[in-house]
Design a protein around this ligand. Structure first.
Ligand SMILES: [Zn+2]
Length: 332
């Protein structure tokens, strides 16, 4: 732990730094993940941590006053002394002064070794020679893991209803085919599809669809998929894929899979790795990928159907339509 107090034993006979970290550890069972200064950097690298596990990361935030009041430090120090000594500690991540808030939080899996270096390598490859991703050792490991997962995944019928939104302005009718795979001549690059290769994105609930569509007034189709589908489920990896859950969770929590994409231009480097995963999944025989939503907090998820033989016309029943405007939803 970096510290530069210059404080003498007479001024601080109890060793403030040691007691401070002892209380962090015993209260939160975690190290500090970030402070106010490095909060944005943490979430840029681990965007899914913001909403995952019932907002465990957000709930871990604590300000220094509350920490003092709830900790055993108040037995040894007045709040004035606490404020003085705490300013002499440094954030273990960015070395800034600890002044306002800290986030004692540990990602709920073992991060792949040297992941900071790996993510940089992938970013460089994505920006220069993206078709050569498979030459990268980590990308090859992901490819092999997905082939492995395909061997242990059986096709299943999705029990829940799924939801597919379309902007009102782009709809010609309310027939089911309007909500189906889009025609390839209008398909832009998406998180899990190349330009010109149709994929069908559906959500676990109407709200997720609405937020994925950037809150555009829309019609949402509630559908029941009746065919068996082989799904690469990246939302519940401990249960489905215990042998690869650390690798998959590192991907899902990181910017490689869960970065938000806000621009609408052609240059979308953040979609490179997800499109790579999609190619691996298709080549391994998966029909679809289930993944957490980056737009809506909570347990919501999206499914992207990659296999165009599963068009809604042949695989699904339309249950009902919802008219969604300003976040209000009404059945049509
Ligand atoms: Zn920091």
């Amino acid at each position: 732990m970096t510290v530069n107090t210059g404080t003498t034993e007479d001024e601080d006979p109890y060793w403030f730094e040691k007691l401070f970290y002892r209380d962090i550890e015993s209260w939160f069972s975690s190290d500090i993940a970030c402070c106010d200064k490095c909060y944005d950097d943490f979430l840029e690298n681990w965007p899914h941590a913001y909403a995952a596990d019932k907002q465990a990361f957000q709930r871990s935030s604590i300000d220094m006053h509350s920490f003092y009041s709830g900790s055993r430090l108040q037995k040894y120090y007045t709040e004035e002394q606490f404020n003085k000594f705490v300013r002499e500690l440094r954030c273990p991540i960015c070395v800034a002064e600890l002044s306002e808030n800290i986030w004692p939080y540990t990602l709920p899996f073992d991060v792949v070794d040297d992941f900071e270096y790996i993510i940089e390598e992938i970013a460089n490859l994505s920006n220069t020679t993206s078709f050569l991703l498979l030459n990268n050792k980590f990308a090859k490991q992901v490819h092999d893991a997905i082939i492995d997962l395909s061997n242990e995944t059986v096709p299943m019928v999705i029990e829940n209803y799924l939801y597919r939104a379309r902007a009102k302005s782009s709809l010609y009718s309310h027939e089911l085919h309007e909500f189906d795979f889009p025609p390839k001549n209008i398909v832009k690059e998406g998180r899990y599809n190349h330009a010109g290769i149709p994929a069908l994105y559906v959500g676990s609930d109407p709200d997720t669809c609405f937020y994925e569509l950037r809150e555009t007034p829309c019609i949402i189709a509630e559908v029941k998929v009746t065919k068996y589908i082989k799904i690469l489920d990246l939302t519940n990896t401990y249960e489905h894929y215990p042998n690869h859950s650390d690798l998959l969770n590192t991907l899902v929590y990181s910017a490689l899979m869960s970065a938000r994409q806000d621009d609408t231009g052609w240059y979308k480097p953040r979609y490179i790795f997800t499109r790579f995963i999609s190619d691996c999944a298709k080549s391994a025989g998966f029909d679809a990928i289930q993944y957490p939503s980056t737009r809506k907090n909570g347990e919501n998820y999206n499914i992207v159907l990659l296999n165009q033989d599963l068009s809604l016309d042949v695989s699904s029943k339309l249950i009902k339509l919802l008219d969604c405007d300003d976040g209000k939803m009404e059945e049509i």
